[in-house]
Design a protein around this ligand. Structure first.
Ligand code: FAD
Length: 408
């Protein structure tokens, strides 16, 4: 299918984006059809049941957007992109912010990192096979990196891939903490193809179908009571060599490329779906609203904490803007991404603590009062943000080594 021609003139482009959104949105299932719960959701991660209920509408939206030419504006025409400069992505995102479009979190791995990584490192076969389907939302993707003995120290991955003659790879091992795998179609798997002494150099990346025989996905229940993650067991899973991403032993470069892209997206707090970014979930304004409704806006300690929260968010926003505008040197950019992630994680924890302090015991019981129990998921989820995508300590190491040039 050929990519539709979009106007090059920015104003005409924005008008065509608005027209597309306004004609497409009414045809999608409404929020009340998907989720009958009208209480405000103050949550960083969508609950498993709600995520599954919403994924159909999200796929419909992504497909419509891609078919209209807006799904991969800066991507190459050969693989379904519109071939336009990066600035058109920003113009489209700005237009989309004005509408309540379905969230696209389900596609985050593909849109924010894997798609670009396949474009840079994949064979022509993989590009042909996957890129269009990833950006159209036909394929939901996930990351199969972490293992019980390999998280921060991912170079100690033990899941083993052995090639049978000159044919398929056969994989055995276990992965853990994998988001979205319970409804994903495709996983990016890091497996050991060399020896353990080789550390990162002995790891290769593969794209594995989640419904492959021998691959089992089991939910992991967290302290929130929900199961946002999964553990994955691989028992004799066969992967053809043409599903290898990058060189034999080149898995580390793939890992670095994906992590850089996802921290970049996180640091800019860019959340696909036009809802104003992760920072908007518990923005300083939203927290101020809680204090006002509780009549606690004049309590001096809460006012001070609120001012600190506002500064946290502002620092994150300014760091993100500087990252986008200035830092192209790879080490500085890596350190800047890490700083952005740390600032956002700290801001969200500060917001959770402030709201918990203001609400007191009300945050623990579902009395039906506005603001009370609705904040509980956010309070319980914020610690995860200090871990996922690289822990705070690892981010600090990264800033020290790559940003400040301190010894390892
Ligand atoms: C929300 C979320 C989503 C996730 N999604 C995925 C996913 O989709 N796919 C996937 O594969 N994984 C995923 N993960 C897993 C995540 O990548 C790991 O949890 C993370 O890398 C930390 O690894 P670990 O849990 O094994 O902790 P460990 O690495 O065991 O760390 C334990 C503690 O030791 C500290 N530490 C470790 N090494 C050092 C060091 N060198 N210097 C200083 N301190 C150190 C850490 O900071 C941490 O405090 C996700 C995690 C979360 C929370």
């Amino acid at each position: 299918m050929s990519t539709p021609q979009l106007p090059g003139d920015i104003e005409a482009f924005r008008a065509s984006a608005r027209a597309f959104i306004e004609t497409t949105l009414p045809a999608l299932p409404s929020k009340s059809e998907i989720d009958s719960d009208d209480r405000p959701s103050i949550s960083l991660f969508t609950e498993r049941a709600a995520e599954l209920a919403a994924v159909g509408a999200a796929r419909q939206w992504r497909a419509a957007k891609f078919d209209a030419g807006f799904g991969w504006l800066s991507g190459p025409v050969a693989y379904g992109g519109a071939g336009l400069p990066e600035e058109y992505e920003r113009h489209y995102a700005a237009v989309e912010l004005g509408y309540d479009v379905p969230p696209e979190d389900s596609f985050a791995t593909g849109l924010e990192g894997l798609g670009q990584t396949i474009l840079q490192h994949g064979s022509d076969h993989l590009k042909e096979l996957l890129l269009r389907r990833i950006f159209r939302g036909d394929l939901i993707t996930c990351l199969l990196f972490s293992e019980p003995g390999a998280g921060s120290d991912l170079a100690s991955v033990r899941t083993k891939a052995v090639r049978e003659g000159g044919g398929d790879w056969v994989v055995n091992g276990q992965k853990v903490w994998s988001s979205r795998t319970h409804y994903a179609d495709l996983g990016l798997l890091l497996a050991r193809t060399g020896t353990e002494d080789e550390r990162g150099r002995g790891i290769t990346a593969f794209l594995v179908d989640i419904d492959s025989p021998g691959l089992q996905v089991r939910p992991l229940v967290e302290m929130t009571g929900d199961a946002g993650f999964n553990e994955i067991f691989l028992d004799g899973v066969r992967i053809p060599d043409d599903r290898r991403l990058g060189d034999l032993g080149g898995g580390w470069a793939i890992y670095l490329a994906i992590m850089a892209a996802s921290r970049d997206a996180l640091a800019r707090s860019r959340r696909r779906g036009g809802r104003g970014g992760l920072a908007a979930v518990a923005s300083a304004e939203r927290v101020a609203g809680v204090l006002q409704r509780l009549g606690k806006q004049d309590v001096p300690t809460l006012r001070q904490d609120w001012a600190r929260l506002y500064i946290h968010y502002k620092v994150n926003q300014l760091t993100s803007e500087r990252l986008a505008a200035e830092w192209s040197e790879p080490n500085a950019a890596a350190a800047a991404r890490a700083m952005g992630k740390l600032a956002l994680s700290d801001a969200m924890s500060a917001a959770a603590q402030l709201v918990a302090q203001a609400l007191g015991p009300r945050i623990l019981a579902d009395t039906g009062e506005i603001d009370s129990f609705d904040w509980q998921p956010f309070l319980l989820q914020t610690p995860a943000f200090h871990i996922g995508g690289g822990t705070d300590q690892i981010m600090r190491n990264l800033i020290a080594e790559r940003g400040l040039g301190l010894p390892r």
